[in-house]
Design a binder for this molecule. Structure first.
Ligand code: TLP
Length: 357
């Protein structure tokens, strides 16, 4: 059987052989006592790379974001986040459920929050209004198609926020993609935010885990929130070991994923009925809109899956493709042929008698 080309997400990446070896050989201890040397090494390495005082190993990107928000925002407070951000869209209302805060959705430009809009959304001190406790940025922005927040915008948002004593958190699940695509180091990017979460288990290919970074005082409080949420793990060096390799060996190769995404997007826009906003294709995510084809997204994805290419529905007419370590340039070219064939033979909704009219 032909290889399955899985473009659903970079979360599907499998650990390298070297990572598996490192897991087997990891030196471990009880991390709740602070005695796991491999976790301590990973946290110190991450803090150093990001230019923050401390870092904390957490189970997932969602846990990292939620620990951060719960630390920064309390019950009855407000967090400003981009309208389609992951913390709003995909974290099961955890900001409400855990921190007890509400999210103020602010629309960005291709996912990038604009400083003037952030300024306008910050609440005044008034008995009727919640305190604005934090601003959460997403870089790269998933639902916008992997867009990168320019450094100048980050800097301006930080100025606006800090002038009002509001903290800035960055959901940097794909922070390293932002760094590789922009040519700025993660340290330069993180200099403008107070707290940042990034994932080891996406393009960097570690099996599990994220890091949350910030000041010593923030991380001390975050550590307690992690404990509350059941994220205080024991001999977790077996998971930190591949994370160290993710940071030391897997960053530069993200450029290949970006080149593959570009290649795929260039072919997709040539297909009839498929639209891609090429300006958003900066990293490893492509959002294709198949509205003009008249083809039903779910039916299209089912046929595509049968033919060996997996992608995700990302809206009523949108499909998301994500490139990563486990798909090569050859796989992308093979996927292009398959997508074109499936698109050509797919029946528009009206012809298939599904229009209901
Ligand atoms: N995103 C996943 C899905 O949840 C949509 C994906 O396949 O892209 N922030 C951002 C920007 C993310 O894209 C994700 C995962 C997370 C946070 C959460 O990370 P995990 O899955 O580790 O909780």
């Amino acid at each position: 059987m032909a290889k399955r080309i899985d473009l659903r997400s970079d979360t599907v990446t499998t650990p390298t052989d070297e990572m598996r070896q490192a897991m087997a050989n990891a030196e471990v201890g009880d991390d709740v006592y602070g005695e796991d040397p491999t976790v301590n090494h990973l946290e110190a390495l991450a803090a150093e790379m990001l230019g923050k005082e401390s870092a904390l190993f957490v189970t997932s990107g969602t846990q990292g974001n939620q620990v951060a928000i719960a630390t920064l925002a309390g019950r009855g407070e407000e967090v400003i986040a981009e309208a389609e951000s992951h913390i709003f869209f995909y974290e099961a209302a955890a900001v409400a459920a855990i921190a007890g805060a509400q999210i103020r959705q602010v629309k960005g430009a291709r996912g990038v929050l604009q400083p003037a809009d952030v300024q306008a959304a910050i609440r005044k001190l008034d008995v009727h209004q919640p305190r604005t406790a934090a601003i959460s940025l997403e870089n790269t922005h998933n639902r916008a198609g992997g867009t990168v927040t320019p450094l100048a915008v980050l800097q301006e948002i930080a100025q606006v926020a800090h002038a009002h004593q509001v903290a800035v958190h960055m959901d940097g699940a794909r922070l390293f993609n932002a760094a590789v695509a922009s040519g700025h180091s993660v340290k330069e990017i993180c200099a403008h935010v107070d707290t940042v979460q990034f994932c080891l288990s996406k393009g960097l290919a570690a099996p599990v885990g994220s890091l949350l970074a910030g000041s010593n005082a923030f991380i001390a409080q975050a550590r307690q929130w992690r404990k509350r949420l059941g994220g205080g793990l024991r001999q977790v060096g077996v998971l930190a070991a591949p994370g160290i390799l993710a940071l030391t060996k897997m960053v530069d190769r993200l450029a290949d994923d970006h080149a593959n995404a570009r290649l795929l997007a260039e072919h997709l826009v040539e297909m009839r009925g498929v639209a891609v906003d090429m300006e958003t294709v900066e990293t490893n995510i492509i959002i294709a809109d198949i509205a003009d084809s008249g083809v039903d997204v779910e039916a299209f994805l089912a046929d595509l899956g049968q033919a060996g290419v997996l992608a995700t529905a990302f809206g009523p007419t949108q499909v998301r493709f994500v490139t990563h370590k486990d798909v090569s340039r050859e796989d992308i070219l093979a996927a292009v042929d398959i997508i074109a064939q499936v698109m050509q033979s797919a029946q528009p909704i009206e012809e298939a008698g599904l229009s209901g009219g």
